[in-house]
Write a protein that binds this ligand. Structure first.
Ligand SMILES: NC(=O)c1ccc[n+]([C@@H]2O[C@H](COP(=O)([O-])OP(=O)(O)OC[C@H]3O[C@@H](n4cnc5c(N)ncnc54)[C@H](OP(=O)(O)O)[C@@H]3O)[C@@H](O)[C@H]2O)c1
Length: 208
């Protein structure tokens, strides 16, 4: 499958690129820098620029979006929302239907069942990173209003370290944390899994 990873040089995006290559996919990245991975086609530019997005998505079968603001300021955080609007418009125009987005557990979705501990944690995250969380909430709004076959993955606290296995659930477990490697694998696995189309599951550690 030809896959474009938007934000493919980020902490999670670059792990997703590596894992997508290992899964046999053909990779393009769009970010501010070139991908260090050999064999990857790099489009360097701004996610808000329609011409840049068009170059990155042309010929793709699916997209993974792992865009993150470079700072917790209103201006930087707004890039996430504007980038997603651009991505949705270009993907829709090109007929690239499958879009998997790295969201976060602090993003609220109607019908959510979040334990009190996590609602408190979300409150603290919102206070500490209010611009980022607000932008990721608006990113979700843009995505979920689209007609694309989207899936938004919502990890709780992320950690470094090796992959241990993950599971996707619709109910958050109190105080959960998951490794970036597992989140990256979950993004890649969604490329060929329609179970969570138009849904926003949480990414939790596996039970094994
Ligand atoms: N628990 C949680 O809720 C949780 C945990 C982890 C991550 N996340 C979310 O996941 C996202 C990604 O996380 P991360 O840690 O992997 O982020 P990161 O390391 O900051 O990477 C961000 C990526 O976005 C790209 N980017 C930023 N602004 C851009 C622009 N204007 N044009 C083009 N590319 C741009 C960066 O490109 P360059 O660096 O090449 O310029 C980089 O590839 C974040 O939005 C974060 O909120 C949520």
């Amino acid at each position: 499958m030809r896959v474009t990873v938007v934000g493919g040089t980020g902490r999670i995006g670059r792990l997703a690129v590596r894992r997508a290559i290992a899964a046999g996919h053909d990779l393009t990245t769009l970010a501010g820098h070139a991908s260090p991975e050999p064999g990857v086609r790099s489009v360097i530019g701004d996610v808000r620029d329609p011409e840049v997005m068009l170059r990155a998505l042309e010929g793709a079968d699916a997209v993974i979006a792992a865009i993150g603001p470079r700072a917790n300021t209103a201006e930087e955080a707004a890039i996430v929302e504007h980038g997603m609007r651009n991505l949705v418009e270009i993907a829709t125009a090109l007929g690239v239907r499958r879009v998997i987005v790295l969201s976060g557990a602090a993003v609220d979705v109607s019908g959510d069942r979040k334990p009190l501990l996590d609602r408190l944690a979300s409150w603290f995250v919102r206070r500490a990173a209010r611009h980022v969380v607000g932008a990721k909430q608006r990113e979700y709004k843009v995505l979920s209003a689209s007609a694309l076959d989207w899936t938004a993955l919502r990890p709780p606290l992320v950690t470094n370290g090796a992959a241990r296995g993950y599971r996707l659930v619709l109910e958050l477990r109190p105080g959960a944390r998951v490794t970036r490697e597992d989140v990256a694998q979950a993004l890649v696995d969604q490329l060929v899994d329609p179970t969570y189309v138009r849904m926003a599951p949480f990414v939790l550690p596996g039970l094994g």
